[in-house]
Ligand binder design. Structure first.
Ligand SMILES: Cc1ncc(C[n+]2csc(CCOP(=O)(O)OP(=O)(O)O)c2C)c(N)n1
Ligand SMILES: [Mg+2]
Length: 557
């Protein structure tokens, strides 16, 4: 193999930091969410010089008050913008402070590039107790992301940035990480620019697509299940659903792929009823976790999987057909082929409307949560972004908050990590200043990143946050009451006055008690685009949603 040679015509003397920044710009990055420190001083100085150089492409630095805030902001920005985003923090404690967000980015297949400092290059691995040293930092990183590398010299930076960006969109998408020693960022040398690498897309497998079309076309009661991997394929999924008259089940990360005003869009519990009756399922960009692990399956159910990760489809059971690659082009080809194999189908609109009415009746016992969600939906514009949290209102939103467009409902997926919401929503709002973003939180979750209120003020981010205050880790408290004989432990919360707290930063803040008052408060908050607003809503204990989420077997014995 010929060795790759730098093109002399494009070679310039750059520091590692400058070369990395040039490369990030060349890949379209314009923001780094960050918290600085001595290991990355040369990198930040290069960012400052770029900022002050009129001719240079700009990379904005949004600094936060804690590394988890920086990483969650990058995650929220990536989810809301559908573009890669980056964050930069110091090694050791900085890296570990950001790690829950990085783990969540992994679980959500989000293209987040983590940039980590490192101790001096020659000291790595020697246990010399350098500031922020952690044993085997590269090994820790490699457990959290699929692709990572260390930049060891200026000329490596453009290629490694290009490889990192390529890896974030190849196969199963997801985060990548680069580390760089503190004495390498400032080192100079000849550097050749590197054009972005193409993303490998597996060729369409026409035989498999035809097999899928036959299975689905022949099915009497086909069902579609969508996850986060279908967010890019909203139009295709919707057309397939209509052609097949197949209901589309979404929960958490698949919400918004199909417009909830379409009677074919169904929530998790209705999805389970339909799963029991289905004879074929088309699963797009989803782990099928609840259906396969909890609801059960048998040989009378034909399974067609569409997934970017070649390992995913057969993890739990071998599917009848596996289509590997990005959902949109695969489904477009399936749409071409399906009409030749599709049975004549009567509209299921009436049936679905009846089932939805029944489902609303079943969910009615979650009245306090539904009242607040109705108020939010009435005020949040169609293209506004709702950021879910691990809280009573959040759990019910996953089942009953109408979502109209892709990428307008952000939910943390299987990590379901309490405290992700506020900072993730800040990132979403920062990346999408053109639409209102609403974060909901419990009093428990909000306090995980409440210090980022300072970030919202500093960078004038007009996020609207509702904090539902029940004085408890309410979800856990209810479990202790219901399953552990009311032996309450570690769930009572001492809270600040959230209105006074927010106002002390200079944010707008108001307290409302009732759903009808929430509407007016939201209207005023969405009109305030100069900075953040917090709405505190005192609430009592709420009815459990779990019978609609953790549901048992309906087929497969
Ligand atoms: C990172 C993380 N830590 C702990 C939990 C466990 N957990 C789930 S819900 C919950 C309580 C949430 O309290 P709050 O935010 O006040 O919402 P509420 O249930 O009161 O509505 C906890 C501790 C979790 N999901 N994630
Ligand atoms: Mg609470």
């Amino acid at each position: 193999m010929p060795r790759r040679k730098a093109n002399a015509a494009h070679t310039a003397t750059r520091t590692t930091a400058e070369a990395a920044i040039d490369a990030l710009s060349a890949h379209g990055l314009d923001t780094i969410y960050a918290l600085p420190g001595v290991h990355n001083d040369d990198f930040f100085d290069a960012l400052a010089k770029t900022r002050d150089n009129k001719a240079a492409k700009k990379i904005r630095v949004i600094h936060t008050r804690h590394e988890q805030g920086a990483a969650y902001m990058a995650l929220g920005a990536a989810l809301a913008s559908a573009k890669p985003q980056a964050y930069c923090v110091v090694p050791g404690p900085g890296l570990l402070n950001s790690s829950a967000a990085l783990l969540t980015a992994y679980g959500m297949n989000a293209p987040v590039l983590a940039l980590f400092g490192q101790i001096p290059q020659a000291a790595i691995g020697r246990g010399l107790s350098y500031l922020h040293e952690v044993r085997d930092q590269a090994g820790i990183i490699a457990r959290l992301v699929d692709w990572s590398a260390r930049i060891c010299a200026p000329h490596q930076a453009p290629r490694l940035v290009a490889e990192a960006m390529q890896s974030m969109f190849t196969g199963r998408p997801g985060p990548a990480a680069l580390e760089c020693a503190m004495d390498v960022w400032g080192r100079s040398g000849p550097v050749a620019a590197q054009a972005p690498f193409p993303v490998d897309e597996p060729p369409l497998d026409d035989d498999a697509i035809k097999a899928a079309a036959k299975r689905l076309g022949a099915a009497k009661r086909p069902l579609i299940v969508v996850g986060g991997g279908a967010q890019e394929a909203s139009a295709e999924v919707t057309r397939l659903a209509h052609l097949l008259q197949a209901p589309v089940v979404s929960y958490r990360r698949g919400r918004g792929v199909i417009d909830d005003r379409d009677p074919l869009s169904v929530n998790l519990p209705l999805g389970r009823d339909l799963w029991a009756e289905a004879d074929a399922v088309l699963a797009v960009g989803t782990h099928l976790h609840s259906p396969l692990l909890h609801w059960g399956f048998d040989s009378t159910l034909a399974i067609v999987r569409v997934d970017a990760d070649p390992e995913e489809p057969a993890r739990l059971t071998k599917p009848d057909v596996a289509l590997i690659g990005r959902a949109a082009p695969i489904l477009r080809r399936l749409l071409d082929v399906l009409p030749a194999h599709n049975a004549r189908r009567a509209s299921r609109q009436g049936e679905m409307q009846e089932r939805h009415a029944q489902m609303r009746g079943r969910l009615a016992k979650l009245a306090p949560q539904l009242g607040f969600l109705d108020a939010i939906r009435a005020e949040l514009p169609e293209n506004g972004i709702f950021v879910d949290e691990v809280t009573q209102i959040g759990f019910v939103s996953r089942l009953a908050f109408p979502v109209y467009k892709p990428r307008t409902y952000l939910s943390p997926g299987y990590q379901d990590n309490l405290g992700w919401g506020f900072a993730t929503a800040l990132g979403a709002q920062h990346a999408r200043p053109d639409v209102p973003v609403l974060a909901i939180s419990g009093d428990g979750g909000f306090m995980f990143t409440a210090s980022e209120m300072a970030t919202a003020i500093c960078h004038r981010i007009p996020l609207v946050t509702i904090v539902f205050v029940d004085g408890a880790f309410g979800n856990v408290r209810r479990t202790q009451q219901e399953r552990y004989g009311n032996r309450l432990i570690a769930t009572e919360l001492a809270n600040p006055d959230f209105v006074a707290f927010a106002k002390s930063f200079g944010a707008e803040a108001v307290r409302v008690e009732k759903p009808q008052d929430l509407r007016g408060a939201l209207r005023r908050a969405f009109a305030h685009r100069d900075g953040p607003t917090v709405i505190e809503v005192p609430v009592g204990a709420m009815p459990s949603p779990w019978e609609f989420i953790q549901m048992g077997r309906v087929r497969g014995g």
